[in-house]
Design a protein around this ligand. Structure first.
Ligand code: GLN
Length: 491
């Protein structure tokens, strides 16, 4: 361990070393800020870096510790947040021109909890505009690049967070997942990403995309790091009416549990299509072998409504987005078009200027799906299919404790490759979307590399509020397949 460079330490290792005064928070934070300065011009994982604020906060952590006070389990450890979480007095853009200069007057619950645990905020991570995308290319601030190959995308929409974690430009981060935006970039960047059960993590202060699907969750380099970070951000929050008042288990303790006797379901629909790359299939098979070698039992299950998930999602998510994004009208906050002659012109020009193409496409689809005369045919129907998709999962979980699937159909694709073809881009989330529709938890854990050396992730899904089972299975895969987690990127 002595030879591992500071930035490559795990989150838990960094926290322990600060706690045991082997390193000061100032030194630790300084090392990561230097790394961001050297590498982020290539990767562009950050929209905003906070060198002065982070250094000052690290110094404050050191002073408090000298007096014997620790803020929490991540005392003095630098992390980052997707720029979708409101941070008081720190610009929060959601990747959009319309919020380019937005300074929130309050912290999101997730930000409050992460900072309350003692973490030092390094900055805000790049993302697809309003979390709509699978490649981080729809960001108003320009794309993030995959640290494993900078000609490729990092996945999305939490691509900035996954790239920052993989490039060791933070010890961990929090992203959001509406249809795969934590798991898919985690998979493409070779790190661990968790989409918790809907209602597990408060959405208060997390800028809304599709409220019935959105959920915040950790992105980290190890399963244990992700488990400990989820332990910090999970829990009841009265400010989010969909937050559930259930105790937060000791997720970290679940990571080391044996998988002996664990029933691993393979949903046959996820392995049938010809869109699944052979490299991904082979890597996921290794993950399966890792589990069975340790005593897990394979069961075949069926999720018969899988083929309807994408179309269901692309009605529900845009419908909710069209409603949520109505608030950006130039009146209360955010961008306002100049020189308009009246209110209607001001609003329409503000929105025309402030939103990018993908966001406009979603607003139009959503508005259409919700319009009088079409509501029952589209939105109402989609809600019914959504229930069938959820029922499929509940049935599968009668015979399986976890489901194992690929996270994404292919490894990272090249920048620009899918930007002109939204439907192909939407297929990136074919394996991740059903989980959001069902409200169940999911994790992506690294399980191999493609022949070109690009990371591949396996997805595990479980029953609502059974994140512990995910950590147990992912921990077993991680132990059996020790893989490089920090991308070999030079400054
Ligand atoms: N890529 C999907 C979309 O564009 C999912 C995004 C997300 O999970 N935020 O909607």
């Amino acid at each position: 361990m002595a030879n591992v460079p500071v930035h490559e330490w795990t989150l838990l290792e960094a926290a322990r070393r600060v706690r045991e005064k082997e390193i000061s928070s100032r030194e630790l934070t300084g090392a990561l800020l230097a790394r961001i300065e050297a590498l982020d011009p290539k990767v562009h994982a950050y929209i905003t870096v906070l060198p002065e604020a982070a250094a000052a906060d690290a110094a404050a952590c050191d002073e408090e510790q000298a007096k014997g006070a620790l803020r929490g389990p991540f005392h003095g450890v630098p992390i980052g947040l997707k720029d979708i979480f409101c941070t008081r007095g720190v610009r929060t853009t959601c990747g959009s021109r319309i919020l380019r200069d937005f300074l929130p007057p309050y912290d999101a619950c997730v930000a409050e909890k992460v900072l309350g645990a003692g973490a030092v905020l390094l900055g805000k991570h790049n993302m697809d505009e309003f979390a709509m995308g699978s490649s981080t290319e729809t960001s108003f601030f320009g794309p993030t690049r995959n640290p494993w190959d900078v000609s490729r995308i990092p996945g999305g929409s939490s691509g900035g967070t996954a790239a920052a974690v993989a490039a060791a430009m933070c010890f961990a981060g929090v992203g959001t997942d509406t249809g795969g935006s934590i798991r898919q970039p985690a998979s493409l960047c070779g790190v661990v990403g968790v989409k918790p059960t809907y209602g597990r993590v408060s959405r208060y202060g997390m800028i809304a995309f599709a409220s019935s699907l959105d959920q915040g969750g950790p992105i980290a380099r190890t399963v244990a790091d992700a488990a400990s970070l989820l332990g910090v951000i999970a829990g009841y929050d009265r400010r989010d009416s969909t937050s559930l008042d259930l105790p937060v288990p000791d997720y970290l303790a679940a990571v080391e549990r044996p998988v002996e006797g664990l029933r691993v379901g393979l949903p046959k629909e996820y392995y049938e299509g010809d869109g699944l790359s052979p490299d991904v299939r082979a890597a996921v098979e290794k993950a399966l072998n890792a589990l069975t070698d340790q005593g897990a039992i394979v069961v075949e299950v069926s999720l018969p409504h899988t083929s309807f998930a994408l179309s269901t999602y692309y009605l529900v998510a845009p419908a909710e987005a069209s409603s949520n994004l109505a608030r950006y009208d130039g009146v209360r906050y955010g961008h306002r078009a100049e020189g308009a002659s009246g209110l209607i012109e001001m609003m329409s020009r503000t929105r025309a200027e402030g939103f990018g193409d993908e966001v406009k496409r979603r607003i139009m689809i959503g508005t259409y799906a919700l319009s009088a005369g079409y509501y029952d045919a589209f939105y109402g129907k989609a809600q019914k299919v959504r229930t069938l998709i959820r029922d499929d999962f509940m049935k599968a979980f009668e015979s399986a404790d976890v489901l194992l699937t690929p996270t994404a159909p292919t490894p990272a694709f090249r920048l620009g490759e899918k930007m002109d073809d939204p439907l192909t881009m939407y297929l990136s989330d074919i394996y991740t979307i059903p989980c959001n529709l069902a409200g169940i938890p999911g994790i992506s854990v690294p399980c191999g590399f493609s022949t070109e050396g690009l990371p591949i992730g396996a997805q595990l899904l479980s029953k609502p509020f059974r994140e512990e089972t995910l950590f147990t299975a992912a921990g077993a895969i991680e132990r059996a397949l020790p893989l490089r987690r920090v991308a070999p990127l030079e400054g």
